[in-house]
Design a protein around this ligand. Sequence first.
Ligand code: RIB
Ligand code: CA
Length: 343
Amino acid sequence: MKMLLQTPVILDVDTGVDDALGIILALNSPELDLRAITVCGGNNGLEQCCLNTVRVTHFALKELCPAVAAPVVARGLNPGGKEPEGAAVHGGDGLGGISHRLAFEGEDDLIVPQAAPVVRAVLDHAEAAGEKITIVTTGPLTNFASWTLDMPDLLLNTVSEVICMGGAFRAGGNITPAAEFNIYEDPSAAAVALAFCRGDERSGPAIPITFAGLDVTHKVVLRRAVIENLAARHPHAAMPAFVRDLTTTYMDFYERVRGLEGCALHDPLAVALAIDKSFCAIEPLHVEIETRGEHTRGMTVADTRDSLPAKQNPKRTTGVCTAVDADRFEKFFLQRVTGIEAD
Ligand code: RIB
Ligand code: CA
């Protein structure tokens, strides 16, 4: 039997609806060993995002992948130190109004009070075992930026790559014309994270960082008819109905704002890249984060010029997703989060 080499992962979320789908995808992907989920405020307040995270994890482990070891869930920070308002996009509870349905006895006890010691323990264990960790972020980069200040050498010794859902490179933003939400919420953190991974302050090793921005995540869609049809054809399966109910208000938002008969799968695509990078075309570019502009705060500024100086720029090392195999990803996603093989 072929032994599957699992990739150890830390997932940093701001659980909202698509973060929840990313968590389920990570849990039900045998290629990944999800060691810890750290939480940041963003799609809702930090406490609600923590609750949503433990509830979705508990439900998916119970209904979809009971043999998978439960990851530690730990409370991180609020972006920019402020409590974000619950975004209309994800519903008042951050989970499309169904968070209360997932509540369970002892849920609060499963939220470890502070993320940094958990991350340090996971990385120490990896270092001792000679493993390399992949960090996937699907919220503001507040937590990751704080770890670069708190434990830089440990990160450099144990993290093989960072994959971020964030940014808008040739596409427009979703918070302003220039900025995507995860970067907009904490542009300083994104700038710190990017400079750390690129190795700006060191001549030493860098950590490869890849951004799955709106350029590709707006092109991967869960269609309302597809999930409603799947739930109707499998009335005794828990996950299709759960995904349908979880995404209903999120899809209503996308229908109102983008005329989409479905919803964008931002965070699940970032998780999928930890499994298979070939879902996207990825281009190395020099990227900086605008932290001050009156109209451009939170913009991911990519140097896409084809001049020789631009091409030879030593900072041209940040991976930017420029295209996506949407059909293949959507089929992969649906099978993994519902547990039902495509017809
Ligand atoms: O802009 C989309 C991103 O912002 C997604 O990660 C969504 O969950 C929100 O965090
Ligand atoms: Ca998110």
